[in-house]
Design a protein. Structure first.
Ligand SMILES: Cc1cc2nc3c(=O)[nH]c(=O)nc-3n(C[C@H](O)[C@H](O)[C@H](O)COP(=O)(O)O)c2cc1C
Length: 126
């Protein structure tokens, strides 16, 4: 059983709906799951030795929704190496945009830089 935090970035609610669909599925497998929208670094930190799922859409030109921008920036600016963190990315986007799933890819790249262990990433081409 894992302790899983799902960290949501959404504008129109789709990524939150995905997180709320995933939560009971993971709970049914015995995991402890919490969903965070507009998450803070304080909410992220208890998962630094656990599992974080980042579920974010992309807006603008490959940008993060406001509901996850602060968390991304704080993880980038205030945290360093996170080797004990296991994580996955559920990236929502639209392939008609130039920066398809850009926000999910950017968060993934940051956590790779931090030495975190990616366990899941939705199948988006690099
Ligand atoms: C103004 C606008 C800009 C968008 N820009 C991108 C983009 O750069 N890349 C992408 O993959 N999707 C982009 N999308 C598509 C959204 O990511 C997609 O519709 C997503 O499902 C929205 O999820 P949300 O309801 O959680 O915000 C954009 C959508 C809108 C309305």
């Amino acid at each position: 059983m894992a302790k899983i935090g799902i960290f949501v970035g959404t504008v129109y609610g789709n990524a939150l709906l995905v997180a709320e669909e995933a939560q009971p599925l993971l709970q049914a497998q015995g995991h402890e799951v919490a969903v965070f929208n507009d998450a803070t670094l304080a909410q992220w930190q208890p998962y630094s030795s656990e599992v974080a799922l980042i579920g974010t859409s992309t807006i603008g030109q490959g940008d993060f929704p406001d509901s996850i921008t602060g968390l991304y920036q704080d993880v980038k600016d205030k945290l360093g190496h996170q080797p004990a963190l296991r994580y996955g990315v559920i990236a929502l986007g639209d392939s008609s945009y130039d920066h398809f799933c850009g926000a999910g890819k950017t968060f993934d790249a940051l956590l790779q830089e931090h030495g975190a262990q990616r366990t899941v990433r939705s199948p988006v081409p690099d």
